[in-house]
Design a protein around this ligand. Structure first.
Ligand SMILES: NC(=O)c1ccc[n+]([C@@H]2O[C@H](COP(=O)([O-])OP(=O)(O)OC[C@H]3O[C@@H](n4cnc5c(N)ncnc54)[C@H](OP(=O)(O)O)[C@@H]3O)[C@@H](O)[C@H]2O)c1
Length: 255
């Protein structure tokens, strides 16, 4: 067995890097000197993230659909070729379905959410794990983006909530299986960062009692600071799970 790394190489793949949390994390990493590969389906938002990163560090837009095994493998091959050993995957790309009860949710819509949130996360984690295990010295870090929905559901969110609970299983499995190879795996569970996905939180979102109520949101940059901290630890230390949420959002207690 080859030597195990103590500090992750400062090279990262961020999925969903063209918007929201992914963009904020990519900018924080680049600002801290990480080389960052930006993945997402749309090229233009990835280029905008690269432009915002400026000259701080090498940043590379690699348009990728995380549900496509061939595209995911090509992403990680490009990263190895351009940046060398892989230090970090921020497994962030995600999507939801319009609010619906399970009997109102089409199989196609369910499949679309599972494809991105679960199959995409699996494919990216698999490629990162493979690279981190094969490189010399071995090791690296995977940070999965879960959600408060990895703990409790919002009304009518069966597909999103199910996939985010599954992410916790992915995190725990990789955390265990990665030990012999110096691969650390942790999870960040976010509540109400202001992004495209949470636009309706500020406008008003259905509560368990049926009321539609605006909820507080926080800046995605405040999530990015936490991910940067997780990424910056030596590989012998790991933030296993962390929750970062808008302080006064309904979650803890009775709402
Ligand atoms: N904002 C919050 O409060 C919050 C709370 C809990 C969890 N999260 C999680 O945070 C992550 C990011 O969400 P966000 O709030 O930043 O929303 P967002 O701005 O909508 O970001 C989602 C990103 O995922 C990418 N994506 C979607 N499908 C993809 C695919 N098939 N292949 C590659 N990339 C894909 C999108 O880019 P393209 O469309 O260009 O592909 C987009 O950049 C998600 O996993 C979400 O569940 C967010």
């Amino acid at each position: 067995m080859s030597e195990i790394r103590k500090i992750a190489a400062k090279t990262a793949v961020v999925t969903g890097a063209g918007s929201g949390v992914g963009r904020a994390v990519a900018l924080a990493l680049a600002g801290a000197g990480w080389s960052v590969a930006l993945a997402g389906r749309r090229d233009e938002p990835l280029r905008e993230t690269a432009r915002l990163a400026g000259e701080a560090a090498p940043v590379l837009a690699v348009p990728t659909d995380v549900t496509d095994p061939g595209q995911v493998d090509a992403l990680f091959a490009t990263v190895e070729e351009r940046f060398g050993p892989l230090g970090l995957l921020f497994n962030n790309a995600g999507t939801g379905a319009p609010p619906s009860l399970i009997d109102e949710l089409s199989y196609e819509r369910w499949r679309a959410v599972v494809d991105v949130n679960l199959h995409g996360a699996f494919l990216c984690a698999r490629a990162a794990f493979r690279a981190m295990r094969a490189q010399d010295p071995m090791g690296g870090r995977i940070i999965n983006n879960g959600s408060i929905s990895a703990h409790v559901p919002r009304p009518k969110s069966v597909a999103y909530t199910t996939t985010k609970h599954a992410i916790t299983g992915l995190t725990r499995s990789l955390s265990l299986d990665g030990r012999p190879y110096g691969i650390a795996c942790g999870q960040i569970d976010i509540g109400n960062a202001a992004t495209e996905m949470t636009r309706r939180m500020a406008e008003g979102i259905e509560q368990p009692d049926g009321r539609v109520v605006p909820e507080p949101v926080m800046d995605a940059a405040d999530v990015a600071g936490t991910v940067l901290h997780m990424a910056s630890l030596p590989l012998e230390a790991n933030v296993q799970f962390v929750t970062v949420m808008a302080t006064t959002m309904p979650y803890v207690g009775r709402g």
